[in-house]
Design a protein around this ligand. Structure first.
Ligand SMILES: Cc1ncc(COP(=O)(O)O)c(C=O)c1O
Length: 382
């Protein structure tokens, strides 16, 4: 659907169609709504796509992060290295597990966690590294796998932005001991709300137990067996499973993911072609041998070289051109709950965060929508 110039072009909008409606209708008609056959089929689709040992479909990426840490036994007294240039979900999960997030700086080109900074932050209390693939550009997967192995650390990939991306021939999400994905409404594919845990079978088995109250068999497996009290609770768990209704959307969306990603890449290429050379504007780089997932098209606006700063640019794009944008992210160490949490300098994070703006970049956009954005930027730079 093409937007007119008087309508706001949203920063993001999901793309759902008849396939999602058919899957959801089938689920409603089946009478089985909670975690069951659709969740199992969705788990299988992602497991086979990534080539990982196991997957567990859950209610959100945040739930997956919490389960990942609990399943690995990370808790009080443990330190977890992670970027501050991320969403609060991973640090919040660390705190909820009783562990301490240790924020390290990012690389200036990809805005991904810097392996050298992570190495420098390792202490005897470090138990894990949670990397994040910023905007869909994978971080240095080889370097982080080596670092984790060298220091016997758990490696978790927060791949909320990168369900379909790769670097050096390695698929994001296939390297961590555990990986978490998000299917929140604005992500590269959506289940409305939802997440997936992927990775080592031994850890996923623990997460599955913890995410199902600690009950040692699933409701679907008990269903129809007559004796619903025939279960035990072996650990005090939580309730984090994905419903079949959400999984039904996931199945249809996952089949479309290659086409969605191709369209995102087209939009990104069109932006780069049209915007390259504007003074003070840094466009997202793609390192060689990288397949970018293009969840975000993040630009950086240098207030000393551009005619406008980031905040004013966002305001004028909306007020004068009816184009919505977003910021990724307010660094976590600048949030109130984390005001005392930065014990390493984070100069690259702070500068990038003050300059960053995410342009609309999603498959529901038309060519006209793309032209609106590029024309508006040229007008504001004139
Ligand atoms: C990097 C990152 N991790 C985790 C999350 C949390 O995802 P969810 O809303 O599915 O819990 C997000 C959400 O935007 C995110 O950007």
């Amino acid at each position: 659907m093409t937007t007119t110039t008087t309508e706001v072009l949203p920063w993001n909008r999901p793309l759902l169609g008849d396939e999602e409606i058919a899957e959801a209708t089938e689920t409603i008609r089946s009478g089985w709504l909670t975690h069951g056959p659709k969740a199992a089929a969705f788990e299988q689709a992602v497991r086979e796509d990534l080539g990982v040992q196991d997957t567990f479909a859950v209610s959100s990426c945040t739930a997956a992060l919490h389960l990942a840490l609990l399943a690995a036994g990370i808790g009080p007294g443990d330190e977890v290295i992670t970027p501050s240039m991320t969403f609060c979900a991973a640090p919040n999960a660390m705190r909820q597990a009783g562990a301490r997030p240790v924020f390290v700086d990012i690389e200036p080109v990809t805005l991904n966690i810097d392996p050298a900074a992570a190495r420098a932050a390792i202490t005897p209390r470090t138990r894990a590294i949670v990397v994040m693939h910023y905007g869909g550009h994978p971080c240095d997967l080889r370097a982080f796998r080596e670092l984790a192995d060298e220091h016997h650390l758990l490696l978790v990939e927060d791949a909320a932005h990168a369900l379909r991306a790769s670097r050096d021939g390695i698929r994001a999400g296939s390297v961590g001991d555990l990986t978490v994905f998000s299917f929140y409404a604005n992500k590269v594919m959506t289940t409305g709300e939802g997440g997936m845990l992927a990775g080592r079978a031994d850890l996923i088995a623990k997460a599955r137990l913890l995410g199902r109250h600690g009950i040692d068999s699933s409701a679907w497996k008990r269903h129809g067996k007559g004796n619903t009290a025939d279960y035990d609770v072996t650990v005090p768990g939580l309730k984090y499973v994905m419903s079949d209704l959400n999984a039904a959307l996931g199945l249809a969306q996952h089949r479309k993911l290659p086409a969605f990603t191709a369209r995102r890449a087209e939009i990104a290429a069109a932006y780069t072609d049209a915007l390259v050379g504007l003074p003070g504007l840094t466009l997202p780089a793609v390192l060689p041998t990288t397949e970018h997932g293009w969840f975000l098209y993040p630009i950086l606006v240098d207030p000393h070289a551009a005619p406008i700063d980031r905040t004013r640019l966002a305001e004028r794009l909306l007020a004068e051109h009816r184009i919505a944008t977003s910021v990724h992210f307010r660094p976590v160490h600048t949030l109130q709950a984390y005001h005392d949490a930065a014990d390493h300098p984070l100069p690259v994070t702070e500068q990038a965060a003050s300059r960053q703006l995410s342009l609309p970049c999603y498959p529901a956009m038309t060519g006209h929508d793309i032209d609106r954005v590029t024309t508006a930027l040229h007008t504001l730079w004139a």
